[in-house]
Structure formats: structure tokens, C-alpha cells
Design a protein. Structure first.
Length: 128
């Protein structure tokens, strides 16, 4: 169970409540593509499907999102990024997300595309 005082799953080392928790609660929006990526990872870690849906681009968002209760997201590595800064409207973030599924470790590697419209970043899709 992650509380506001717990270390944020995104890997920045801050307490969840002042790190990604503020984005999940709607108290702030992620100012960069990387911070949106980190907050989405944390949303997977805490099971916040509402935030995941809200930050998924409407053209690529699934109609229904169900998380596997046997999968626990444990660690995020940011491997690279292009664009996605404070004054940009597009960017990519390459990452490796680690998890445990039914006691077995695993990871997924993806380079994701993000866009910003009306001041809000959203996840679009993996980049091939």
C-alpha cells in the first residue's frame, strides 16, 4: 500500500504525495512528457486507472482499462528522451518498467510518444 509519505514509485525519490500523487489527485498537471511518463508508471503502481485513462490520448485510448491484480510495478528506468520539455508540444520517452507478476520478475521496454494540447500532456502510443 502506497501512502502520501511513501517513496514515490516513479523513482525520483520524493514522497508520493508531493511527487506523482499531486498529479493523480488533479492538484497539478505534469509539466513535461517525462514527468507524465513517471506519473503514469506510478498510476500503474497504485492502480489508478482513472488517471491512466485521463492521460491517454483520446485517439488511442482503450475503451476499457483493467489492470492485472497479480502484477506489481516495482521500478522505472528512464533510458532516454527527445523533446517533451516545458516549451514543447511533442516528445518521446524511452523507458524500462520493472514488475513482479505472480512472484516472477519481468520488465517491459518501450519508447512512448507524448503530445501536449491545451497545456495537458497525454500518452499517444509506442514508437516503432
Amino acid at each position: 500500500m502506497i501512502t502520501d509519505e511513501s517513496r514515490c514509485p516513479c523513482g525520483l525519490g520524493e514522497p508520493y504525495g508531493v511527487c506523482c500523487g499531486r498529479f493523480h489527485r488533479g492538484a497539478a498537471t505534469a509539466p513535461t512528457a517525462e514527468l507524465l511518463m513517471r506519473s503514469r508508471f506510478s498510476a500503474f503502481a497504485v492502480g489508478d486507472t482513472e488517471y491512466l485513462t485521463k492521460t491517454w490520448h483520446p485517439k488511442t485510448r482503450p475503451a476499457d482499462l483493467e489492470l492485472d491484480p497479480g502484477q506489481r510495478w516495482t521500478f522505472l528506468e528512464i533510458l532516454g528522451k527527445t523533446g517533451g520539455g516545458l516549451l514543447e508540444n511533442e516528445g518521446t520517452v524511452e523507458f524500462r518498467a520493472h514488475y513482479r507478476q505472480h512472484r516472477h520478475p519481468g520488465s517491459m521496454h518501450e519508447k512512448s510518444r507524448f503530445v501536449r494540447a491545451d497545456g495537458q500532456w497525454s500518452y499517444v502510443a509506442p514508437v516503432n
